[in-house]
Design a protein. Sequence first.
Length: 251
Amino acid sequence: MKKLLIANWKMNYGPIKAGSWIRAFRRERLPKDIDIAVAVPFVSLAAARASLGRASIPALAAQNTFWEDEGAYTGEVSPTMLSEFGAAYCLVGHSERRTHLGETDDMVAKKAAALQKAGIAPVICVGETAAQRKKGEAVKAVRAQVQSAIANLKGDGRAPCVVAYEPVWAIGSGRPCSPQDTKEMHELIRGVLTKKFGHLAEEIRIIYGGSVDVRNISEYMTTTGVDGALVGGASLDPRNFGLICRAAVPA
Ligand code: 13P
């Protein structure tokens, strides 16, 4: 399975800076045997697409979507609209959306299914809070999030989704989850996926996110069961993200 690295800009870079980031990143020497994507704000999708031209690396990802194709949903953006930009992936259920925008498991499930229908791979973000881990409830919390998020996904054809394990306490904290704890959680997630999708689950990439940087990326990429990474802060500088991409695959 090819590893997948996704840069998540979060709420950074409007169209002007998005264009420069893409152009600068395109100048980086990138490893071939890895998939690379960049999750940009809605308003920057067009600029990112234009700066990419016919190039397909990095692939484009959105950071959110609504679950209907069209209609009276002021302010929302649908999967079919995202398709027009050639988005290959879309994040759903990022912890920042769950925390600040009230995104629920039910909404995440609807979004994931709508994306699958539109041919965009949902990147389902899950992860426990510090309090849940402290109480020994991390496994229970993550299992419930994954089960709910994949409930409406179909298991036919291509891999139905990507799952990103992002413990809330590790995001932006400089305190990444240890490779051993990450491995254990990825095994749990793999089990939940296998129960639903059978053999197809083997093709689903489970990636890790939370304070990933150029110093620790190779450790995650060599951890069993980790199929890639979702990188926030350390992806904002295109050259730094280029370094991370190169460090991710052994030369
Ligand atoms: P950081 O890499 O900044 O910790 O963010 C992780 C994240 O939330 C990516 O989606």
